[in-house]
Design a protein around this ligand. Structure first.
Ligand code: GUN
Ligand code: ZN
Length: 475
């Protein structure tokens, strides 16, 4: 075997399919090896399978053994804001007043290259500590923050999606820019960063309420000129925002404000989507666009309960990522996101099972709201990758994929974890059900302390046991 090969031995769990397609037998969507081997070559997966089988073929490859942990593909955060890293947990407001009071003043500081660089460094450290290996991120209206984002991502060799954030109304003077400047700066940044290493570019109109028709038109023009880039935005987060947006753009609903400028299709993500109509869900599904479900933020800002079961309607399935929406979300960890996603689903189930209003009973939608560990961890790995059309690069351990993974410790975290895990498994997970039970206890009782290590392209970039991020700020 060539010298460039290496391997990781341990307990592995990943996905090969969407568990919502396997109601009653969700384990068919997962792959579990109680003793597995992940063979790596130049940061990519060369082979993946049981140790017993693969060690015959790769017997002379140096092996790193990681015992007593579950190794999964890295988590994908489909919606997050770089410049809100330092305003987590800002008190007392719902979306629009929260933006005005807390967000815009903080984001303005990112026009200072030093402030932006330090913020980006903290941002990526938080991601790695949380086991997040890919994110789709907003920056600010100022190119300085977008440059800082891509530079720090590049140092860590992470697969990321981001772009200059366009806003030319709604925000105070100094927190916006003109459509003309946005076009010029986006074009320059896009040509510099899209597909440069693992970086990907998103044309990023912040939200339709913050964009004039001129801003929307330049987004359309950029997309026409560069059809393979992403579109990242917000949609239907709160009732007030939705109403105001429809009035401002003179459209029948929120989605139509983006459709009017031909922005909706593959590689479009709208964050939140809490107040989408059934009809909008159908149009999103048929277009191939995605929604990013941000439950921590939806609860923190009081935006509402996203209809997960509606998005997963088998007749009109909408692509989904899950997002932290930091700092609308008060946690970086996708484990916390799964916790709140589960509770959102349970509240929706209370409404849908028919005892509040028998007319709204829909037992199959209620069932789809229930976030099993299979549905949960698929959503933050392969499902998130599919929503970004990156399933050929990340999301599971198929040969040829980029080797981003997270090492989970089912005993770390709150003291209650020890009780929780010992109730579930004697010692080590022996079956896929054992492992799924441990993963459910991690998502409901654990937090970022459950993340023991985070690896990017076959390199360990974060290790909890060694304290500080191993390679923070370096490559
Ligand atoms: N809508 C427009 N901007 C933002 C933002 O920064 N956060 C959230 N949650 N929603 C938005
Ligand atoms: Zn957001």
């Amino acid at each position: 075997m060539g010298n460039s090969l290496s391997a990781i031995r341990g307990i592995f769990f990943d996905f090969i399919d969407d568990p919502w397609k396997h109601v009653g037998e969700e384990e068919k969507s997962a792959r579990f090896y109680a003793d597995g081997l992940l063979v790596l070559e130049e940061g990519k997966v060369k082979a993946f399978g049981s140790f017993a089988e693969l060690s015959l073929q790769f017997g002379d490859v140096p092996v790193t053994h990681i015992p007593d942990r579950i190794i999964m593909p890295g988590f994908i955060d489909g919606h997050i804001h770089l410049p809100q890293t330092r305003i987590l947990g800002s008190f007392g407001q719902q979306l629009l007043p929260w933006l005005l009071k807390w967000v815009f003043p903080e984001e303005k500081k990112y026009s200072d290259p030093e402030y932006a660089k330090e913020g980006s460094r903290q941002f990526f450290e938080n991601l790695l500590q949380s086991g997040t290996t890919t994110c789709q991120a907003f920056t600010t209206h100022d190119p300085v923050s977008t440059e800082a984002f891509f530079e720090e991502a590049t140092k860590r060799n992470m697969r990321v999606v981001s772009g200059l954030t366009g806003i030319d109304r709604f925000a105070p003077e100094g927190s916006m820019d003109t459509a003309e400047n946005f076009y010029r700066d986006s074009k320059r940044l896009l040509e510099k960063w899209h597909k440069n290493g693992r970086n990907l570019y998103a044309i990023t109109p912040r939200f339709a309420l913050g964009c004039t028709p001129e801003m929307m038109k330049v987004c359309e023009r950029l997309k026409n000129e560069h059809p393979d880039v992403y579109i990242n935005t917000h949609i239907s987060e709160t009732p007030t925002e939705t109403r105001e947006c429809i009035e401002y753009h003179h459209t029948a609903d929120y989605l139509a404000a983006y459709e009017k400028y031909n922005l909706v299709g593959p590689r479009f993500t709208g964050g939140h989507g809490v107040w989408l109509s059934d009809e909008e869900f159908r149009r999103l599904a048929s277009s191939g666009a995605a929604i990013s479900f941000c439950p921590v933020s939806n609860l923190f800002l009081g935006s509402g309960l996203f209809r997960l079961g509606k998005a997963k309607d088998p007749q009109h399935t909408v692509k989904l990522s899950f997002g932290s929406d930091v700092g609308g979300g008060n946690r970086f960890s996708m484990i916390n996101v799964l916790d709140e996603a589960y509770k959102t689903g349970m509240c929706n189930t209370t409404i849908l099972e028919g005892r509040v209003d028998p007319r709204s009973q829909d037992l199959s939608e209620a069932e789809r709201n229930k976030l099993s560990p299979y549905r949960a961890f698929w959503s933050v790995t392969l499902g998130g990758a599919e929503s970004l059309y990156l399933q050929d690069k990340i999301g599971n351990f198929d040969a040829g994929k980029e080797a981003d993974f997270v090492v989970l410790d089912w005993k770390a975290g709150p003291r209650a974890m020890t009780w929780s895990q010992s109730r579930l498994v004697e010692d080590q997970p022996a079956t896929v059900e054992d492992a799924a039970n441990l993963l459910f206890s991690i998502m409901m009782v654990g937090d970022d302390r459950s993340v023991d290590q985070t690896w990017i392209m076959g390199n360990k970039l974060y290790s909890r046991t060694s304290g500080e991020p191993a390679l923070a700020g370096t490559r």
